[in-house]
Every structure is written in C-alpha cells, then in structure tokens.
Design a binder for this molecule. Structure first.
Ligand SMILES: NC(=O)c1ccc[n+]([C@@H]2O[C@H](COP(=O)([O-])OP(=O)(O)OC[C@H]3O[C@@H](n4cnc5c(N)ncnc54)[C@H](O)[C@@H]3O)[C@@H](O)[C@H]2O)c1
Length: 330
C-alpha cells in the first residue's frame, strides 16, 4: 500500500527520520515546516517541501489546495511542536499557541479537506511524576510543566475532533529518543542539547570539557537515574506502522513507544567509553528527576507488532558517527 503522507515538522530531528523511513517504505511524502528549529538540509531529497507555519491557517490551506487537488493526503503526521521544558515555563503563552493552536488549525484544515487520519507525537511528559517505574498507557496523566500540558491538551483536542468527524488518530508517547539515521545524513544537530546521549558523546569527542551526572544516591543498582532509550529510527518505523494501521483498520490508538528496559546514566557513559573516555563529575540531584522511568511497550507490540530493533550500542554508535561527521564538516 503506497500512502501519501503530509509530515508537519518534517525538517526536525524525529520528523526527518520518519520521512526517511516513509520514503524507504515506498510512500509519497510532503513536508511542511517553518524551519524554526528544523533545517532545510534535514529533508530527504525525494520529499516535497513547503515552507509553512501550522499556526497560519492560510499557509496550510494553500498547501492542501495544491496537493489535494492532485491526490488527497491519506495521513497527516504532526511533529511541529516546541519542546524545551524550561523554555515552556518561561513562555507558556508561546508554547500553548504553537503547540495547541497549531494542532487546532491542523485539525480544522483536515476537516475542511476531509482527511481522516492523523499521527501525533506526544511525550512521557504527559504523565508528570511517574506513579509506577514501568509506565503504561493507563497510568494517570498529570503534567508538571507547560510543555507536557500542551501535549496533553493536544491529545484531548485530537480525540474529541476525531470522535465528532469520524477521523482516526494514532498518538505515540515517546520517552528518551537518541541516535541517528544509518545514512548519517540526519541526526540530532542543535545548539544547547539537553539529552544525555548526545551530551555524553560530545564530551567524549572533546566538544564539551566535562559533563555532570546529577546524583548517584538514587535507589538504583549504581545510584544514578535509569531511563528508557529508543533509537530514533525505531520511532520512525513505528510511525510508518501507525500510518498504515490507521488506513487499514479505520481505528484509533494511543501507545507508548518504549523498550521495557532501562539504562542508568553510568551505563550510558560506560557504553560511550567503549569508544572514547568521558570526563564527568557527580553533582547534586536535580529537582524532579525520578529514580527510574521505563515505558511498557506491550500495547505497541500487540497492536502494531512494533518493538525496538536497535539496541543501546547501536544508539550510541550512530550518534558518535553522526557527530564525527558534522564535526568534520564544520
Ligand atoms: N526529541 C525528544 O526527545 C522528544 C521526546 C518526546 C516527544 N517529542 C515530540 O516529538 C516531536 C518532534 O520533536 P523533535 O525532537 O523532532 O523536535 P524538533 O524541534 O527537532 O522538530 C520540530 C519541527 O517542527 C517545526 N515546527 C515547530 N513549530 C512549527 C510551526 N508552528 N509550524 C511549522 N513547523 C513548525 C520545527 O521547525 C522543526 O522542524 C515534538 O512534537 C515533540 O513534542 C520529542
């Protein structure tokens, strides 16, 4: 089945990987992005690109008018969010506008053009403080920052609109995402990285002098926090499966994308140290970091037949190789 998929936010980290996997699986891809945090050179050469802002209804209408007059989109994928937690605390109005109003406008245009299927990127941040160390989709949602609130509000909006207009949603809640595409053409390339894997790799490669490990007195085997890490290409694969599921089954779903497995911060450092030494120091705990957060992937396995194929060594290797490549280019 060849689908026509519109990827909004397809010039960003995760969206660009979804575009690569969609194209590898033989689908037609149209990317819409305002390039606020994404970049033109992250977009696959076989995807069609439109510069546009999801909060501007006219932008979307113009693009949908051109594209849907040829062939309507089968599925819309939404990655176009702002996602830096401290920034969301500083700029809640901006975050609600971009993340929630953007989704509202996208849904309005989908109903105008009678497009039935949407895949939405959500986040573990909708759960807030974890109640269980292995998080499942039935856990209580109680975000503790504006970013998480905007994603939960978007999820709810999507559910209500899909119910009213007989549309289908596939909502994916991600945990810790890392790694780079096997082509090494795309990866996580941003200033002010906040994720542990690229920070550790940057330290190993000498881009940073040292890194902090926030606390080693947690109730875990080595005292450092445990998290669930997923290769970005495994997430991208799930998006392809999710898009096909919506079209084939005409049903909605909401699933966590995790590995059922966790690694501590020191285990991440050790994995990177198989390649290069890492200079780190133990500092105080950060406020609000739970000791352990792992995602159950039973539901994703059962409904989509999805589970991660790439392990931690592949996540780390691909990030190292990608970072070396972009270092050599600059
Ligand atoms: N990166 C993670 O670890 C992570 C974890 C959980 C959930 N998510 C979710 O995944 C999605 C993608 O995250 P990412 O890491 O790829 O972020 P990213 O910043 O790399 O990508 C977002 C893309 O959307 C575009 N965009 C933003 N606002 C837009 C607008 N108004 N109109 C058009 N384009 C717009 C940006 O230019 C960028 O290309 C987000 O929805 C985020 O909430 C990410």
């Amino acid at each position: 089945m060849k689908l026509k998929v519109c990827v909004i936010g397809g010039a960003g980290y995760i969206g660009s990987h979804a575009v690569y996997e969609l194209i590898r699986d033989g689908h037609e891809v149209v990317v819409i992005d305002n390039l606020s945090t994404g970049s033109r050179n992250m977009i696959h050469k076989d995807a069609k690109f439109y510069y546009g802002d999801i909060t501007n209804k006219q932008d979307l209408k113009n693009i949908f008018n051109i594209e849907c007059s040829v062939k309507p989109f089968d599925v819309i994928m939404h990655f176009a969010a702002k996602l830096i937690v401290p920034e969301s605390v500083d700029k809640p109005l901006e975050y609600y506008y971009n993340n929630v109003e953007g989704v509202r406008i996208m849904l309005e245009v989908m109903t105008d053009f009678n497009i039935k299927n949407v895949v939405f990127s959500s986040t573990a941040a909708v759960y807030g403080e974890p109640v269980n160390s292995v998080c499942s989709e039935t856990d209580i949602t109680c975000p503790i920052n504006p970013y998480g609130e905007t994603k939960l509000a978007s999820e709810k909006l999507i559910k209500w609109v899909c119910k009213k207009y007989n549309m289908n949603y596939c909502i994916f809640r991600y945990f810790n995402v890392a790694g780079a595409d096997k082509s090494l053409e795309i990866g996580l390339n941003k200033d002010n990285l906040t994720h542990i894997v690229p920070i550790t790799v940057q330290t190993a490669l000498g881009i940073r002098k040292s890194m902090d490990v926030y606390g080693n007195d947690y109730d875990t085997s080595d005292g450092t926090c445990i998290r669930d890490y997923i290769h970005v290409s495994d997430l991208a694969d799930a998006h392809v499966l999710g898009a096909k599921y919506l079209v084939e089954n005409n049903k909605s779903l909401l699933v966590n994308l995790g590995s059922n497995k966790g690694y501590s911060v020191l285990e991440i450092i050790k994995e990177v140290e198989k390649h290069y030494p890492v200079n780190y120091k133990i500092t105080d705990r950060r406020k609000g970091d739970p000791a352990k957060l792992i995602a159950s992937n039973e539901k994703a396995k059962e409904i989509l037949g999805w589970s991660p194929k790439r392990d931690l060594s592949e996540i780390i290797n691909s990030d190292i190789e990608y970072r070396k490549k972009i270092m050599n280019k600059s």
